[in-house]
Write a protein that binds this ligand. Structure first.
Ligand code: ZN
Length: 96
């Protein structure tokens, strides 16, 4: 027999698991992908810290806007400081 107390626990876990375990991980991974951070590390942080990790990630400055340029060879976004394209492997300057 399932009493009202067990029902409450079931509903609690059905809401708790997606909202406090899965959703922060998804938000962290998506945000980490957008700002060029490590997706796996931020996914783990999202699991342990939940929305604290999400908040920290959303406060971090985006690397995609200010610090990147377009690769003249493949058109992908790369860091301005980069001397070699991480996407196509072309060198820009100072090749030895
Ligand atoms: Zn390239």
């Amino acid at each position: 027999m399932v009493g009202p107390f067990q029902m409450m626990i079931m509903i609690f876990f059905l809401l708790y698991l997606p909202l406090f375990c899965l959703l922060p991980i998804i938000l962290c991974v998506k945000r980490a992908e957008k700002i060029n951070q490590n997706k796996i590390i931020w996914g783990i942080l999202g699991f342990f810290l939940n929305y604290i990790a999400v908040l920290v990630l959303y406060l971090l400055p985006e690397q995609t806007e200010q610090n990147t340029k377009q690769c003249p060879y493949c058109g992908e976004k790369i860091l301005i400081a980069a001397k070699k394209c991480k996407h196509c492997g072309e060198w820009f300057e100072g090749r030895k």
